[in-house]
Design a protein around this ligand. Structure first.
Ligand code: G
Ligand code: G
Ligand code: MN
Length: 430
């Protein structure tokens, strides 16, 4: 039945959760889709094939069957919305143990083997070991049991149990979001806003931080706290960071050209995951050349978490970046201050004092002493400091008294589009 029905899945499924209904699930012009569609009758996977994806059934129903060694066919049952199929192939390299056929039109959310492998790598080794062992034993039982009979009756109970597991783990939301993010990145739904850094002694803008947002077709503009952790867990952050770096450099070049101020710098956020890629440094260098931005105009914002790893590769990459002239800033500094030992090991140049300390420093003595401690750490170790989240004039006065001169915060400017930023600079804030 191939009667060409080109309705998008979005149109077919007005009953879907809001988060998915406007993203075209099926775009014939692109292999990149949030969901995969199978028509009733189509085979989703065939016994014996090498598979590299599992699928969550979003809607529709499938039938699972297998052929025994004597050639007889065995019905293993059916699965519907909320079930996971094809999960074995993403754990090991074994052939598909059964065939799965759509018996109704189906919408499926894919989990690729590489996504799963990365998720396993990010979790405790015990999770990986137990998962693989259970599968190994299950395959062994399957292979030895030619005695298995029709499963159809039992399968209903199994299907319910499986769905409860899936619901409890909330993994579906995560997988959907990751697949949507993948599409978002390819369809220019990511954007950057820029928040100025201010020299509080003169009031002048001296640079900007690039902050990522996701313009979601349904949920509107989403902040990084909502998607960066997912993008880190799935590895999708790597491409997103590279995009952001290039985009921010391109914007900085335009801003420098328009204002004639070559001293303006751009600060870009990096996740620890970004440093797993050995070619990160090469990418940064070639992007600088391509966009015409000097290394001196670039700050890399990293987290304490990255440095706590004590990795040779990270150290080498940061040293290379510093040697080129880029600055390295530690974001949200103080949040994980229990370990300061990494500070002298790494080529750090700036500490960004976390917003939470600045916010409370006037009312709370502990925050105040933390700010003072961080500032004296900076002056003793030759780091520059930046105060994050400065909102009031009282905070400005106090920081200046403590000889902290650079700030970022709503007192001066919120994150804004490049266009708004140009206007802001032209209004005399430059
Ligand atoms: O402006 P906002 O609330 O959106 O930013 C909060 C935090 O999100 C930032 O401090 C930063 O740590 C993180 N963030 C923002 N943009 C990016 C980005 O492009 N990459 C990464 N890895 N983190 C970002
Ligand atoms: O990477 P980092 O955590 O430094 O990003 C800065 C974050 O802090 C951004 O999300 C930005 O929107 C937010 N921010 C910047 N200035 C202020 C401020 O004055 N008040 C508050 N509440 N948030 C701020
Ligand atoms: Mn930051």
């Amino acid at each position: 039945m191939n009667s060409g029905n080109n309705n998008s899945a979005a149109e077919q499924s007005s009953d879907l959760a809001v988060s998915s209904s406007l993203i075209p699930a099926f775009d014939p012009s692109s292999s990149l889709q949030v969901e995969k569609l199978y028509r009733a009758g189509e085979f989703i996977m065939s016994q014996g094939d090498i598979g590299d994806s599992a699928y969550f059934i979003q809607s529709g129903r499938v039938q699972i069957s297998l052929t025994r060694s004597d050639g007889s066919k065995l019905l293993m049952g059916q699965r519907g919305a909320g079930s996971l199929i094809g999960e074995m192939a993403i754990v090991d390299d074994g052939p598909r143990s059964a065939s799965v056929q759509a018996i109704e039109d189906c919408r499926l959310l894919e989990i690729t083997k590489s996504d799963f492998t990365r998720a396993l790598r990010n979790s405790s080794p015990i999770v990986g070991l137990v998962t693989r062992l259970i599968l190994l034993r299950y395959r062994d039982v399957l292979q030895r049991s030619d005695i298995i009979r029709d499963f159809t009756g039992m399968a209903t109970v199994l299907e319910q149990q499986e769905r409860v597991h899936a619901e409890e783990s909330r993994v579906l939301d995560l997988v959907r979001m990751a697949n949507e993010f993948r599409v978002a990145a390819a369809r220019q739904q990511l954007l950057l806003e820029y928040q100025p850094f201010i020299d509080m002694t003169t009031g002048a803008v001296i640079g900007f931080e690039a902050l990522m947002r996701w313009q979601h077709p349904v949920r509107g503009k989403i902040g990084p706290d909502q998607f960066i952790p997912m993008a880190e867990d799935t590895g999708l952050i790597v491409d997103a960071t590279r995009w952001a770096f290039k985009e921010a450099c391109t914007a900085l070049k335009r801003i420098q050209d328009r204002t004639g101020n070559r001293a303006l710098f751009m600060s870009i956020n990096f996740s620890a995951t970004d440093f797993d890629e050995p070619d990160l440094f090469d990418y940064l260098i070639s992007t600088l050349a391509e966009t015409g931005v000097t290394a001196e105009s670039v700050h890399l914002e990293i987290t304490e978490r990255l440095l706590l790893r004590k990795s040779e590769q990270v150290l080498r990459m940061l040293q290379q970046c510093r040697a080129q002239g880029m600055q390295v800033a530690i974001d949200d500094f103080g949040i994980a201050y229990s370990s300061l030992s990494y500070l002298h090991l790494y080529p750090v140049s700036i500490l960004k004092i976390d917003y939470s300390f600045i916010k409370n420093m006037i009312s709370d003595r502990t925050s105040m002493s933390l700010v003072k401690t961080i500032l004296s750490l900076c002056s003793n170790m030759g780091f520059k400091s930046i105060a994050e989240g400065v909102e009031t004039q009282d905070q400005v006065d106090l920081l200046l008294e403590l000889e902290c001169t650079v700030a970022q915060g709503y007192r001066f400017a919120k994150p804004m589009s490049e266009q708004a930023l140009m206007k802001f600079l032209e209004q005399g804030h430059g």
